[in-house]
Design a protein around this ligand. Structure first.
Ligand code: LMR
Length: 403
């Protein structure tokens, strides 16, 4: 065989989140638990297909009449329903046609299109992400050639937000700096920004002429569809220009269909048209045009009144189950580990809990108990159920040597 051209290529590092799922899949222990990846599981540990999705898919199967390409910016009804979900029915920005929305390959595709645009048109911009943030934010942004830095966010000693330090840091940024913000259900900490701090962030973004990119991957998993979008709506109402990367992976449990969108809130209808043209160009350079299935199904579910009601109920059931398991988890940890305060878990939102467990504890949980979490201590509360929560809490107690 001729000498391989690939013989000197080093292996890439294992992904800190999806790599945990790979290790979990390879584990043959029947009692294994995956608290790593952010995926909702029902009370029986199954990743459900929502009824609203099944019904919308049946409608789509009966009506699809071509496999021709979609437009570069995707399914028009999907884009308009997405805009309305994020910005609200009465949004002035929408009625003024100042928002450009484009279907993307998942929320990650939206982040990639936004950062490519920033790199091209604001080449001096650094992207600031919260400390900590979703691991893949930095990876996507740096791969686009943009320098990434952090702003203070989580305070491990209070398990809360470093609001003042965060605002001070944002006030010191150079104009046109990009800032990644999580709309709700902060990944990985579960610690969200309160309304007062959001208002101050918006004011700083305006004064300093910063470029916010809001990651809105968990709308509906915090306080509800409307409340979770409130920070985005307030920024739009203030007249700020910014990006929103959104995803239906979680809210429709359509993880593998890669259904996302990038919205750009601009200064005028004319600007929105220009931004659409630029983002479309970005799409063409990466994957040419988007896939159809997931967006068609979501579009049908969002725009068919009875399916919309069904979906909102299913989403609210998922939110309630996660909330219940968060409470059960905190209570059981308090009983199993009485000398340690876990009450902060109750103040966190969404799928995740930043548990405060060290990488060493996480490793022991995996090696001794086949319980998988992230090295950061992030636990997916949405993967807990009444059948596994006792053993998870007992294992944590044992590893912390208090049982
Ligand atoms: C997560 O944070 O676990 C999810 O967003 C899945 C992923 O792709 O990392």
């Amino acid at each position: 065989m001729a000498t391989s051209l690939f013989s000197d290529i080093p292996a890439a590092l294992t992904d800190p989140i999806l790599g945990v799922t790979e290790a979990f899949r390879a584990d043959t222990c029947p009692t294994k638990v995956n608290l790593g990846v952010g995926i909702y599981q029902d009370a029986h540990g199954k990743v459900p297909i929502l009824e609203s999705v099944k019904k919308a898919a049946a409608i789509w199967a009966a009506t699809e009449d071509t496999k021709s390409y979609l437009p570069i910016d995707g399914v028009p009804t999907y884009n308009s329903a997405t805009q309305e979900l994020i910005f609200g029915k009465n949004s002035a920005a929408l009625s003024e046609k100042r928002v450009a929305t484009i279907q993307t390959v998942g929320g990650s595709g939206a982040l990639k299109l936004a950062i490519d645009f920033i790199h091209r048109f604001f080449p001096e911009s650094t992207m600031y992400v919260s400390d900590p943030s979703w691991e893949n934010h930095r990876v996507i942004f740096e791969a686009a050639g943009v320098k990434v830095d952090t702003y203070p966010y989580y305070n491990p000693s209070t398990n809360g937000l470093r609001s003042e330090e965060m605002l001070d840091a944002l006030r010191r940024l150079r104009p046109s700096s990009a800032v990644l913000l999580h709309a709700c259900c902060h990944n990985p900490t579960g610690v969200d920004i309160d309304a007062d701090t959001w208002a101050q962030i918006a004011a700083v973004c305006e004064e300093r002429r910063l470029l916010p990119l809001i990651d809105c991957a968990y709308q509906g998993f915090g306080a509800g569809l409307e409340d979770d979008a409130a920070p985005v709506r307030a920024m739009a109402a203030r007249g700020l220009t910014f990006f929103v990367a959104s995803s239906y992976a979680k809210s429709f449990a359509m993880y593998r269909e890669r259904v996302g969108a990038l919205s750009v809130v601009t200064g005028s209808a004319k600007e929105a048209a220009v931004m659409t043209s630029q983002i479309k160009r970005g799409v063409r350079m990466i994957y040419s045009s988007p896939p159809s299935y997931g967006a068609q199904v979501v579009s049908i579910a969002l725009t068919t009144p009875d399916l919309r009601i069904l979906w909102e109920r299913e989403l609210s059931d998922m939110r309630a189950r996660i909330r219940e398991m968060r409470e059960v988890f905190a209570q059981k940890l308090a009983v199993a580990i009485p000398n340690r305060d876990f009450s902060f878990i109750l103040n966190q939102n969404g799928m995740f809990s930043y548990s405060g467990l060290s990488a060493g504890v996480v490793r022991e949980l995996r090696e001794r108990y086949h319980i998988y979490a992230l090295d950061s201590g992030r636990i997916c509360v949405a993967a807990l159920n009444h059948n596994n929560v006792d053993s998870v809490c007992a294992a944590i107690a044992d590893v912390l040597k208090v049982s």
